[in-house]
Design a protein around this ligand. Sequence first.
Ligand SMILES: NC(=O)c1ccc[n+]([C@@H]2O[C@H](COP(=O)([O-])OP(=O)(O)OC[C@H]3O[C@@H](n4cnc5c(N)ncnc54)[C@H](O)[C@@H]3O)[C@@H](O)[C@H]2O)c1
Ligand SMILES: O=c1ccn([C@@H]2O[C@H](COP(=O)(O)OP(=O)(O)O[C@H]3O[C@H](CO)[C@@H](O)[C@H](O)[C@H]3O)[C@@H](O)[C@H]2O)c(=O)[nH]1
Length: 450
Amino acid sequence: MNVSIIGTGYVGLVSGVCLAEKGHRVVCVDMDADKIARINAGISPIYERGLDALLQRNIGGNLRATTDLADAVHGSELSIIAVGTPFDGEEIDLSQIKAAAREIGAVLREKSGYHVVVVKSTVVPGTTDETVRRGLEAASGKRAGEAFGLGMNPEFLREGDAVADFMNPDRIVMGGIDDRSIECLDLLYRPFDGVDKIRTTCKTAEMIKYTANSLLATMISFSNEIGNLCSALGGVDVVDVMRGVHLDKRLSPILPDGSRVVPGFTTYLEAGCGFGGSCFPKDVKALIAHGRRLGQPMTLLDGAVTVNRTQPDQIIRLLKDHFRSLKDIRVAVLGLAFKPDTDDMRESPAIPVIQWLQDEGADIHAVDPVAGSAARKLFGDRGISYHEHMETAVVEADAVVVLTRWDVFRRLPEIIAERTVQPLVVDGRRMIGRDAVARYAGIGYREMNP
Ligand SMILES: NC(=O)c1ccc[n+]([C@@H]2O[C@H](COP(=O)([O-])OP(=O)(O)OC[C@H]3O[C@@H](n4cnc5c(N)ncnc54)[C@H](O)[C@@H]3O)[C@@H](O)[C@H]2O)c1
Ligand SMILES: O=c1ccn([C@@H]2O[C@H](COP(=O)(O)OP(=O)(O)O[C@H]3O[C@H](CO)[C@@H](O)[C@H](O)[C@H]3O)[C@@H](O)[C@H]2O)c(=O)[nH]1
């Protein structure tokens, strides 16, 4: 199939590269000329495992990139909208979606033959049927369901695992205004054999996406609230509690090979310093705002957001428990990105923690395997030195704070083992063994007072 993808960010680029790999002829469109030039040169503008290799294999073959939306839409049968849908503080900001619909519609006015437009961006229920349809019809002078089809195909990939998730999805949700639109999606995803495919309406497809993210975010906030109670109790570790809870077969069924999903980060029951990223925070807030507009309070989701907003404070509390003042205290911060395997800093719990440390006058030594330059743009150099390696960041540190679950940080205990004066290790991700270091303070655990 000839496919155009409008918006070449995390989702648009990964979808484009993977669909090209699956045999479709794909044109990625973005208004950012710099990004397009890099992609055409075979250099991915984002850090994503496995993406560079697939990009280099397909660029100039099944894949090309352009800033010319009209040319891309003209040359394709299917256009996928993958632009940003941020939260503007009050509600979802659909301006990029509206602009994309208008621009595609203007091309459809001139284009003969049937064309299908599919929304892949995360949008609140009703957006495709109402806002996108209206925009396309007004700009094209044609009617959806006649001259062109319209669909909604949410994306579930996780940053850091984006290529693997796109290539091996848990399910593919194909929403459409009619059978013909859904058939087009079916054709697009034909190479994905054996994957559960759901055919549904656009509005249900939109709701599935929000519900999935809201559930996962709520599970994390639930675990964090329980973890905070464990800390208040003393002598109870949230890691042990969640292991005990998770072994319930209703949460971790026994797999055909007799094994179980091991409790841990993949289960979203792991307490820590909070969820960040470009999705959970904005999507949960957008759904709450949408519910409120419909007269439906979203009490539980409100709670999930509140717990998450204050969760980085737990790190600050642990530091304050051990240091009367942070002024000139040398603090190594391990991890800046919102999760491992990405350079994305959006809504990272590291942001409020670092800003607090800066305000306190701490001597900050930050390290992240890939997010260092994104972090420098955010925090500048006030009170911070950026390190390439954990080994240099932790030298002479009074405290070491773990904020991102990068695998390389597991080596922390052996790196500080020989030090005569042991730093306090504040574990915001519960990834360092409690007994593996001399001075430990973790989220969701406090020693029982003697
Ligand atoms: N990032 C994720 O992991 C993820 C996963 C699933 C779903 N989503 C959803 O997918 C959507 C895109 O997310 P993202 O992280 O890829 O966003 P992003 O901000 O990284 O990328 C969006 C891109 O769209 C481009 N763009 C905007 N308007 C355009 C236009 N009219 N023409 C051409 N290009 C245009 C921007 O320049 C930008 O490069 C959002 O709705 C998001 O919620 C994201
Ligand atoms: O037990 C856990 C699991 C995750 N997190 C945090 O939750 C955030 C999100 O993690 P993850 O879900 O791995 O990353 P995303 O790339 O944001 O992916 C989510 O958001 C995407 C965008 O909508 C969806 O497509 C994915 O399915 C959904 O998992 C990160 O800050 C993690 O540190 C925890 O604190 N505890």
